[in-house]
Design a protein around this ligand. Sequence first.
Ligand SMILES: [Fe+2]
Ligand SMILES: [Fe+2]
Length: 208
Amino acid sequence: MISETVLERIRNEIVVYHDPKRIPHVMGVEKACCELCAFLSLDECTTRSLRFAALMHDCTKNWKTEKHLLYLRDKGVYISEDMLRSKKTLHQLSGAYFTREKYPEFTDEIAFSAISKHTTGGQMTICDAVLFLADYIEETRTFPDCVTIRNYFHELALNSGDKPETVLSRTMLEALDLTIKDLIKNGKYINRDTVYARNYYLLITGET
Ligand SMILES: [Fe+2]
Ligand SMILES: [Fe+2]
């Protein structure tokens, strides 16, 4: 299990990978992961893997497209047409591989998977959804859709009476709906993993 000392070490080392202005966001995602894990009663080992993933999730966000492509090709990673068309999402893949390269001893399947899906979604586990949502609703986010989803989550958590997993799924559905609407509004390409995840949460929440 990743120790608190390791997390403290990573917190000190992330300044190397992240733009200084992104540090409050990264810290906010770690905090939101902690809160979501507690809400879902996830165990300490899983929680710490997700906190580690939170600290590293945007570690390649500053890379140019060419750097992502060279790095991923060098690792032998298949880059789908879909990923090539939604370039802003490339950092989720390069970020997962870079995290594993830098910290192989701490990058378990939970952390790797969550980082590799934190932007597009896809076939999501509860852990993947925790990082995805933490990234969306952490406290420093001021983008209107993020504020809407943060409030939506808190309202459901406090007043819906739904099980925590259902609250997570309903919030994921709402977040993915807003993401897709925003992409459409701005004439942007929609990665098929995002559509897949949206339909998945639509089906499991029964909101069809
Ligand atoms: Fe990201
Ligand atoms: Fe992020």
